[in-house]
Ligand binder design. Sequence first.
Ligand SMILES: [Zn+2]
Length: 340
Amino acid sequence: MRGAVLYAPHDVRFEERPDPTIIEPTDALIRVTSTCVCGSDLWPYRGIEPVTKPTPMGHEYVGIVEEVGREVRTIKPGQFVVGSFFASDNTCPICQAGYQSRCLHKQPIGALGSQAQWLRVPLADGTLVATSDIPSDDLIPSLLSASDVLGTGWFGAVAADVEPGKTVVVIGDGAVGLLAVLASQQLGAERIIAMSRHPQRQQLAREFGATDIITERGDEGVEKIKELTDGIGAHSVIEAVGTQESMMQAIRSTRPGGYVGYVGVSHDVKLDGQELFFAEIHLHGGPAPVRRFLPDLIDRIWKRQIQPGKVFDLELPLEQVAEGYRAMDERRAIKTLLRP
Ligand SMILES: [Zn+2]
């Protein structure tokens, strides 16, 4: 088969890779019908995470089940499935508590590389969620977004305790931040303040439910949020970037007793214990347990209540994966959908 392989910063190639096969009896083999480039793929692409050897890329996927191992019970060949970026058994105590991204038997899909024509999915019964039927084409981008960015934005909102009537701040205008806006709107937030200085992303944030846009960053951004929240900060703040500046902005924008849900992959963030102590806020985040939310998210997409697939503003055949990365790296595209 063919798929994307990262050789060095800014050097992603579409090339021949070994055909995956069933290895464990709990595996499924799927024909990938859509995949995409994630903001987190840009960390190694930009060389911020080291690339030491040619690395298959991608961890977001939807597809058709082709074959299953002999111990797979619920997933069947022919089904259309959505899975998350960690394979999980969905039965261990951590999964049962809703933290499938930290399953005792978790396996990262990124190591298998979903930007490819075929994908072996471990722990198929626990990982994959089948739709009731083969979806119509217009639903595919939204279903694909559920595989990571929608589920991650949703977790950010849940971790930030978004509830009806609450004021929410979303830091980060990438796909996850934009979908955290959508999640907050769905969860009943009264006011949603999106931080963005990019006109096209501001527009999409408003479509997804943002009521206010702030263009300032850092301490100036915090000041603006205080101005909009009676001087005390927001109840819920979602951090969807992962830098020192964005994390401190999130903490300082939260009122005492409030919540920060942080879902931007953290890079060199250091927190000061004394500042945290006196901030008196809840901090919760990490790799999103997307699997927890998948059945609900698929249902909302299937009923056309939400259109998270709008975050895809570039669609390319998989063979043009390199251009897909370039467009996101240069912020010409919010998110690239790839069709194998
Ligand atoms: Zn588990």
